[in-house]
Design a binder for this molecule. Sequence first.
Ligand SMILES: Nc1ncnc2c1ncn2[C@@H]1O[C@H](COP(=O)(O)OP(=O)(O)OP(=O)(O)O)[C@@H](O)[C@H]1O
Length: 580
Amino acid sequence: MLKLYRFLHPYRASVSLLLVLLFLQALSELYLPTLMADIVNWGIVTGDSGYILKLGGLMLIVAAVGGICSIGASYLSAKASSGFSRDLRSGLFTHVERFSLQEFNRFGAASLITRTTNDINQLQQVLTVTMRMMISAPLMCAGGIIMAVSRDARLSLVFAAVVPILAAIIFIMARKGMPLFKAIQVKLDKLNQVLRESLMGIRVIRSFDRVDHQKARFHEANDDLTNTAIRVNRIMAALMPIMMLLLNFSIIAIVWFGSLRIESGHLQVGDLMAFIQYGMQILFSLMMAAFLFVMIPRASASAARINEVLDTVSTIVDPVTIDGTNPPLTSPAVETLEFRNVTFSYPGAEQPVLSDISFTARPGEITAIIGGTGSGKSTLLSLIPRLYDIDGGSILLDGVDVRQMAQQDLRAKIGYVSQKALLFSGAIAENIRCGKSDASDDDILRALAIAQAGEFIAERAGGLDSPIAQGGADLSGGQKQRLSIARALVRKPAIYLFDDSFSALDYKTDANLRAALKPEIANAIVLLVAQRVSTIMDATRIIVLDQGRIAGIGDHKQLMQSCDVYREIVASQLSEEDAA
Ligand SMILES: Nc1ncnc2c1ncn2[C@@H]1O[C@H](COP(=O)(O)OP(=O)(O)OP(=O)(O)O)[C@@H](O)[C@H]1O
């Protein structure tokens, strides 16, 4: 947990001032019982009302100073701890943004969300309490002991009996609580995961009538979390009464033994009253420390989860040159894209998903990739922008390995249209500008027109500025696909990667889009994954993938003669169409 306190660095000045204020507050609280004892001993007992008024006034001033210090300390601790959590959140987010898909998949979106929100909240709460307690509790405890011993050393032996009992209770509670706190965070992850799936998959769940099933899954995760939280709270709930009991017994003991000491003439009444107050201050400060000990296990479970993310280094990093800088930017144009004996396996998989893939693509050529589901088509495309790094062979742009290029430089050359069209909440123009942040409205309209999206955008109230719901929920599948194609077109990249990007379009729109696309991509390298043979028949080269290997490569005619797998695909599609 201490590792994360580096995020407190910017708040050093606030924390220092906070400590000074807390110190003054503790001093004022320690001074008050002494003043009260003096009022009783030398004012009330002797009937000196002038003395009572004088010390009473002083007590008010001391209490007011303590109050002001306390308010200032609360403000500063809130400021520092909320600043800490804001910085930690953005640090975590920036770090996660650099992850490759491999690290993303390892943690999962639900867990990353919990870690960035709930786990950081836990830390913030503990930090607020720690900052308030770390100076007050030891100071009040040590100061209280000194003041109590100075009043009556023998009576102070009461504390020698109480403090070890209190320490033992705190230790046992913390030991019991720690594993449960850890479990709570994991169960919270699970609950978030179920919730996320249920909300995002609402259409499928409703149409398959799986609402009850999802409800049951949610209740199971919810109850599991609740039961653990109840177990923890039972332990914590027991803590308070046990401590109060101990506190009250201590006071009874102090009064009992104190009255004997008064009787024997070793102690005055005012001193006993002050002693009781010091006793309460000592025990309260120990109770505060106990609460901190209870909160720390939960926060350290959260800190461990946050550190796990922060300590995870992305497997995909920019190369650095000898002088420690990024490699120089390469030219935006690309003359060749070459796969040379590329092999790739997903982490943990036994078999490579792609083996020994070799081909070269040049500007003006369309390289189509076809194959059965799960044959590795999407994976092949995702290797080019380095969403994953390959295990063997190399992917070269103009002879330079993509791993030797700065990621930004590499990705600036690529317009990627993923299989599942993903849009962001915000205006249509904003979504298209994801492709090129300085694109003008004319550029956007042109890209939309080529992507056959101009008409339906014009029909929407607000046109380019019309908002899109989260994930593009208010658009049809085909509309989403066309917008994501426009997003890639607006970049005018050197390499286009279309991953089954025309699947949701009707034949007419598909044909219009292809015709409009032709001049636009004439000078670019195009890789196109497709399911329909009819859409790739005129490609320069077709790569037929079968279980991650190239089963055939050539144009339609060549493959019809030489490749069994290709002939099977063609035959199956023709027969389907005939059947229809
Ligand atoms: N993130 C991942 N982690 C582990 N395995 C994966 C991952 N993504 C895909 N796979 C596996 O890799 C194989 C190839 O998947 P890929 O998506 O590349 O196939 P595809 O040919 O594009 O299929 P489709 O035509 O159905 O989209 C599949 O067996 C799949 O189970």
